[in-house]
Ligand binder design. Structure first.
Ligand SMILES: C/C(=C\C[C@@]12O[C@]1(C)C(=O)c1ccccc1C2=O)CCC[C@H](C)CCC[C@H](C)CCCC(C)C
Length: 155
């Protein structure tokens, strides 16, 4: 695929990521404010996204200390991550793609950790969470293709 096509794919995937993260942030705030709030992604007892989002792992990735300024909802990190990705996608430079790949690997590692929490600690199926894992895998594949594409072009 051409670089332009890969860029479109990357931007579309990241926009979807921003959309899902924003929705998850809304659900998190609504569930915290109104008890008994039932979100669209609260499908059943063991497929409840609001339970996951309002759990103690839902903020600061579950690792930030109690009153750290980085104890933001995980979704806020998601929005920042996808926005930075979109911005960096506008540069078609190998070195910038390398920075994006590094960020993408960090996000994949974070996803593995969050998926572990989801499956083994919270024992819940969270649709919005799993979709962001998939999006991050797609971003990694597209970045790898773009990196290869730029290397061949500059040869
Ligand atoms: C919505 C989202 C992930 C979903 C979810 O986190 C949620 C919402 C959550 O509450 C949760 C609770 C318990 C178990 C699992 C979960 C999750 O699954 C976003 C991915 C975040 C993405 C993987 C960010 C990675 C950021 C890197 C650390 C790099 C930061 C880059 C910066 C410069 C900002």
């Amino acid at each position: 695929m051409q670089i332009t096509g890969l860029n479109r794919g990357l931007i579309a995937t990241c926009l979807l990521g921003i959309l899902i993260s924003t929705y998850a942030l809304y659900v998190e705030m609504a569930a915290e404010m109104k008890p008994g709030y039932k979100a669209l992604c609260d499908i059943s007892e063991h497929a409840s996204c609001s339970k996951v989002l309002t759990s103690k792992y839902g903020k600061g990735l579950g690792i930030m200390p109690k009153d750290s300024p980085f104890k933001l909802p995980n979704c806020v990190y998601g929005v920042m991550f996808y926005s930075i990705m979109i911005f960096l996608t506008t540069f078609n430079v190998t070195s910038v793609v390398k920075v994006q790949i590094a960020l993408s690997i960090t996000s994949l590692a974070t996803c593995v950790y969050l998926a572990y929490l989801l499956i083994f600690v919270l024992r819940d199926f969270c649709v919005v969470c799993v979709s962001t894992y998939l999006l991050n895998i797609i971003v990694a594949i597209l970045l790898n293709k773009k990196h290869n594409g730029l290397l061949t072009k500059n040869r």
